[in-house]
Design a binder for this molecule. Structure first.
Ligand code: ZN
Length: 140
């Protein structure tokens, strides 16, 4: 066994651990989606939004609304992760002054409905205006 072979088993578990974690997360997501579906059905029967034997379009419409709500929640969390992982400064696109960035919430009309997303905004004291940093101004 050479040095590379001796090292490989130690590096491989990291990739394997990631794969195992991804599998656990997929199983958890599937379980949570099934549970959410059960709760949604029970709620619709309890609050009377679905009674007896409804037209299938009513069932489909409510399921689609729940899917859109889930989409907006994922969008919000993904944008929060993006904001949390980015630099705290960026160059002003007009004058290239490096400026401090702040996280702000902004209302956005997504394909799945209105939502509020976090994003980074810079204020340039030289230009006296706000700007939204581009990946290039973040140094990415
Ligand atoms: Zn500027």
């Amino acid at each position: 066994m050479d040095d590379w072979e001796a090292v490989w088993p130690q590096e491989n578990p990291s990739a394997e651990a990631n794969s195992q974690r991804a599998n656990r997360l997929k199983v958890r997501l599937d379980r949570l989606l099934r549970e959410a579906a059960e709760v949604a059905v029970e709620l619709s029967r309890t609050d009377g939004t679905i009674k007896g034997v409804p037209h299938y379009s009513v069932i489909e419409g409510q399921a689609h609304e729940l899917g859109k709500q889930f989409s907006r929640e994922v969008q919000q969390r993904q944008m929060s992760e993006v904001v949390a992982s980015q630099a705290l400064t960026a160059k002003c696109p007009a004058c290239a002054t490096r400026c401090k960035l702040e996280s702000r919430k902004r209302k956005v009309r997504s394909v799945d409905g209105d939502t509020e997303l976090q994003e980074l905004v810079g204020y340039c004291p030289c230009c006296r205006r706000d700007f939204f940093p581009s990946p290039r101004s973040l140094g990415l």
